[in-house]
Design a protein around this ligand. Structure first.
Ligand code: G3P
Length: 218
């Protein structure tokens, strides 16, 4: 399972990258706005800065909602760096744009996915990645991880190559459950990645080892 970080914050990206286990980065317009990156040129430069930190797939999202606009933006975004993956929303023109990108060798991440039906459409259009938002489903009392399991099952039935990228991860348990049901990728906030380290017995055991070493070695 690939690990992506879901942030536009360069310090968080550097911290996750320093662990040596980071495979990529996803961003979205909300995450860009959260850290005060505004204006088309600044946003493009920020994508380049991210690409210079992480040698992996970096999702950059279009803001157009019409086919022509999405295709124009896709061309501009992939020209920034070879690792850019164009993030396209799950709407009708988005599916058309996904197919255009597939036919023109541009890698894509279909975002804002909340159902298996949408997942089938994106796979048929040849999306590279599919981003179901599991936390937002949990927020409305649907089971987000169950959707990941359903989509993984459907994709395996037909050998679709689209990779299931679980997004809207909110905690470490989401990551573990996504791994159990076969997600190809998880994109997580730094806090969820760091949460995977935590176990009280590790802390107690390490403290004991160090105390015993000190007793014997001064
Ligand atoms: O990148 C999209 C997704 O991960 C958003 O997460 O927490 O805003 O639902 P969240």
């Amino acid at each position: 399972m690939k690990f992506f970080i879901d942030t536009a914050d360069l310090n968080e990206i550097k911290e996750a990258a320093s662990l040596g286990i980071l495979d990529g980065v996803t961003t979205n317009p909300s995450l860009m706005a959260k850290i005060g990156i505004t204006g088309a040129e600044n946003i493009k430069q920020h994508y380049i800065d991210i690409c210079n930190i992480v040698d992996g797939d970096i999702s950059a999202e279009v803001i157009s909602t019409d086919f022509e606009g999405m295709v124009r933006e896709a061309k501009e975004l992939v020209a920034l760096h070879p690792n850019i993956v164009v993030k396209i929303p799950m709407i009708k023109d988005g599916v058309k744009a996904l197919k255009w990108c597939t036919d023109n060798n541009i890698r894509t991440n279909c975002t804002l996915v909340f159902s298996a039906g949408q997942a089938i459409l994106a796979a048929k259009a040849g999306a590279t990645y599919l981003s179901p938002f599991i936390g937002r489903l949990d927020d409305i009392n649907w089971d987000g991880v169950q959707l990941i399991e359903q989509i993984v099952h459907i994709y395996r039935n037909y050998g679709y190559e689209t990779q299931v990228l679980a997004a809207s991860i909110r905690n470490p348990l989401h990551i573990i459950r996504c791994a159990e049901v076969g997600a190809d990728v998880v994109t997580c906030p730094l806090s969820s990645i760091m949460g995977l380290f935590k176990h009280p017995l590790t802390d107690i055991g390490l403290a004991q080892f160090l105390a015993d070493y000190k007793k014997g070695n001064g």
